[in-house]
Design a protein around this ligand. Sequence first.
Ligand SMILES: [Zn+2]
Length: 423
Amino acid sequence: MTANAVFKAARIANAEVTAWLRDHAVIVENGRISEVVSQSSIADGIADSHAVHELGDVSLLPGLIEAHAHMHTAAGPDPVYTQQSAFNDSKEFFIMRAVDHIRTTLLSGVTTMRDLGGPTDVVFPVRDAVRAGVIPGPRLQLAGAPITTTAGHCWFFGSEADTAEEVVRAIRAQVKLGADLIKIMSTGGMFTPTANPRSAQYPVETLRAAVVEAERLNVQIVSHCLAADGVRNCVEAGIHTLIHARWHDSDFSKGLAYDPDVAQMAADKGIWADPTTGHIMVGDVRIKAGDVPARVPHWAVSATTVPEEQHDAVLRDMRERGVRFVTGLDMGMAHGEFDMSAANAWSFVDLLGFSNWEALAASTIDTAESLRLASETGAIKAGLSADLMAVSGDPSNDIKDLFDCTDVVVEGRLVKRDGRALV
Ligand SMILES: [Zn+2]
């Protein structure tokens, strides 16, 4: 296939991802977008030098950016199976599953995927194989093994480190092995029986040491935080992205301990949040429909179940204060299937009050900025990598049209055309 191409579509997102350009075309040269022009102004004879693709009555968007995956874990509706397989499956099984998962993700329209925690001897070779063209996949940005306390959240594929000195050493070790960013578990989590989700795992001083070291090494550092104590520690330490941001009170008998002042501090520091509402919403829809059993409560949260509406109200307040959100599904966890990245935008519209265009921008240009990839991808504009996805229908009218992916282009290469996988 020629490295040069033209993609014509009825609707193409503008460079800011705020409106459609009608009957335009994207001109691609050597994998990069060279121009976006009206179809009527395309030079005669361009087909001599470019492969011309008439995509037709579709909405062409920048490829989606999925900011939170675990490529080696099982996803699916059964949380017990997901957890047990993450404990028990072999490295070889993890690799085969990861290879399948990233292809699925790519064919759903995701052209950049950030993995926030997996075994280093699984995720790094998978990324290298994608880069070498050996297997199909989105551009991958990897955290490697998440840093956690002994028996802490995700210890079974993490890098256990307890003191500030050990955490700093663990960060250096991950970067040495090939990590693009650092994930640290500031609280326990639902996935890990020995890790209390309502309690902080690290004091603020340790997290601060982690941030200083990550910044010294020029990598981002993001943190899982389910408890308000953990959120506060992360914000004070200057962690770059809050993952989940669930604000649970550390007292098991209470609900949330949301602190608007801490949220304001996060906004003022430019800290992002990945609320992971997509997979939670999908799970709730399935549970309410009776399709799957209810979630198994963690021992530490079983005393008080917090209704999702309370979490959504907190997230809306954080956003009003200026905290910006990235689209991270938590792929690989229960209800976080690898073709479901569009559920991020759906949940932002349905639960958090985003307009459809705001949710589309969150899924592309905004998350690219958060991942420090804005000069590479996330918009359809000259100079960026030709990372594109088309859907039938119009997601600016119905956000769920984002699920109907027909065409995918990654780094200028067409990998799905008219619903048919080419890789
Ligand atoms: Zn996760």
